[in-house]
Design a protein around this ligand. Structure first.
Ligand code: PEP
Ligand code: MG
Length: 549
């Protein structure tokens, strides 16, 4: 039997299920015996919440000291504070005054707070589950019940849980955890974030896994998002092969990207904030191929100052002395709207003011960002390349390159995301220092299919021959003019597609750091001739139908 969910990463794990202890029963709504005074009930609750808070703080301190789980430390510390939040205490006291039992009052008090977080949606809604866990701990102490959480095991296991809280994950013994399956959870849930940052094989949102019993043997395949229950010998052999490939791929980490016959293809990382440099370096990135600078602008209702921007850019550049770092100018608009820049009333925002178009209408922001980049460049030794998003043709390319050069920036280029720039690639190659192809948008615009819309989601594959032909136009122009052409969209993270892109003539690939191992290994296993053969078959549309369905 196969169960599906959302796979995190690309790994495969084989092992036996270990279920997490079931959640506590919801405490009964009956009133407490009248002999128990409010004061004594309230002081019991406070003592228990103090205990839970202290325990969480202890775990936060432990997590902070451990390299593996330091990312859980701030969340645990925040939860420790929440446990003794005065507003929460008041809400619990309110229920106690109404005659509720201590455990019921705790349940209601937390429930109210969790609802508030859920109503905020997104990241905050995910934190509601974390808060729920804090309440459960308090209820377990009040009712002398076994603490919910990770069960103990002497042998390695695949953990099956409803969802995991930070407190659970901090307690996970990584030497025994082969993989994680959660019944709830989305790609942004805490489990998913943790799995990604530690490279744990995980599948989240696998609703049908709710019926799996402890001890069931399973294969967890994160790449395909499937859990195979009671696998056959053949399925086990395939999983073993997959694991061997992954282990082999890890061995190549630290080596530069290269085809089997020695053509160097720089393998770079996509990052969203300077701190991501750690992961990029850990996975052997040869530099940064796309730093999305939006994070700084999203944090407030005005543009960050030149000083703040300079600091952030210098922080990233400082981690890559002598190495290439491509920083992208602010890409506001469409799927990345900014209140203070993006018009509210555009009927088709993806076709409206975004990327360079937004920057041209807000020259101060454009100038400030270039100034900050020039200052950061002067302070550091990285090889800084700067590019603009959403550039339509050679005129816009020239406009941006001229501005960048006037600031003293050495490598100034453009992203290829709009089909028109591919059609004008020969002219663009005469004015731009480099082109980086954003296949996410290039696919969206070539196929006229909104990348954020699930109903047309199946169009979003760069295997479409029209997208590949557009890429070839750019690669050909680059190669005939000696202009570097890279790919920094999601397509570069797919090992097979990455090989086809190399066959089309691109000379660098930038991707989420976790994809680097597999792409590096696939390139190392094939010659340039094989890459070109694959590209030719792809250009004729051979792989598109399967990729789409
Ligand atoms: C792209 O469009 O492929 C790209 C890399 O940019 P973003 O995904 O940030 O729009
Ligand atoms: Mg884009």
């Amino acid at each position: 039997m196969n169960i599906s969910g959302t796979g995190i990463g690309r790994g495969v794990a084989v092992g036996n299920i270990l279920r997490m202890a079931p959640a506590l029963e919801v405490p009964s709504d009956q009133l407490r015996p009248s002999t128990i005074e409010f004061e004594s009930a309230s002081s019991d609750v406070r003592r228990v919440l103090q205990e839970v808070s202290a325990d969480l703080q202890k775990r936060a301190d432990q997590a902070q000291r451990s390299k593996e789980s330091s990312d859980a430390a701030p969340i645990l510390a925040a939860l420790s504070q929440m446990a003794t939040d005065p507003a929460l205490g008041q809400s619990i006291d309110g229920a106690l005054q109404g005659g509720k039992s201590p455990e019921r009052a705790v349940y209601e008090g937390f429930d109210e707070f969790e609802d508030k977080l859920r109503a905020l949606g997104g990241y905050m809604a995910e934190r509601a589950n974390d808060l729920h866990d804090v309440g459960q701990r308090a209820i377990a102490l009040l009712t002398n019940s076994p603490m919910p959480g990770i069960p103990q095991s002497d042998t390695p296991f695949i953990l099956l849980a409803d969802d995991l809280s930070p407190a659970d994950t901090a307690a996970l013994d990584m030497n025994k955890t082969l993989g994680i399956i959660t019944i709830q959870g989305s790609p942004t849930s805490h489990t998913a974030i943790l799995a990604r940052s530690r490279g744990i094989v995980a599948i989240v949102g696998a609703e049908q896994a709710a019926d799996l019993a402890s001890g069931s043997r399973v294969i967890v395949n994160a790449a395909s998002g499937t859990i195979t229950v009671d696998p056959s010998d053949e399925e086990l052999q395939q999983a073993e092969l997959h694991k061997q490939h992954a282990a082999h791929a890890r061995l190549l980490r630290g080596k530069p990207g290269s085809t089997k016959d020695g053509r160097h293809i720089a393998l770079l990382a996509n990052v969203a904030k300077p701190e991501d440099a750690d992961t990029a370096l850990e996975y052997g990135a040869e530099g940064i191929g796309l730093f999305r600078t939006e994070f700084m602008f999203m944090a407030s209702s005005t543009a960050p100052s030149v000083e703040d921007q300079t600091k952030a850019y210098a922080k990233l550049l400082g981690r890559f002395p002598g190495k290439k770092v491509v920083i992208r100018m602010l890409d506001a608009g469409a799927d990345k709207p900014l209140d203070f820049l993006t018009p509210e009333n555009e009927p088709n925002p993806a076709l409206g003011l975004r990327g360079l178009r937004t920057l041209r209408t807000h020259r101060q922001i454009l100038d400030d960002q270039l100034e900050a980049l020039a200052r950061a460049d002067a302070q550091t030794d990285a090889d800084l390349w700067v590019m603009a998003p959403m550039v339509a043709d050679e005129h816009e390319a020239e406009y941006f390159v001229t501005l960048g050069k006037a600031r003293g920036l050495k490598q100034v280029g453009v992203m290829a995301e709009v089909p028109s720039i591919a059609l004008m690639a020969q002219e663009v190659a005469q004015v731009s220092d480099f082109v980086s192809i954003g296949t996410n948008d290039l696919t969206q615009y070539t196929l006229a299919a909104d990348r954020t819309l699930a109903s047309v989601g199946s169009y979003q594959t760069a295997w479409h021959p029209a997208v590949l032909r557009a890429i070839k136009l750019i690669a050909d122009a680059g190669n005939s003019h000696g202009m570097p052409v890279g790919v920094c969209g999601e397509a570069a993270a797919d090992p097979d597609l990455a090989l086809a892109l190399v066959g089309l003539g691109v000379n660098s690939l930038s991707m989420t750091p976790l994809a680097l191992d597999d792409v590096r290994a696939n390139l190392a296993g094939h010659t340039m001739q094989e890459a070109q053969d694959l590209a030719n078959r792809a250009l004729s549309g051979e792989f598109y139908p399967q990729a789409r369905h």
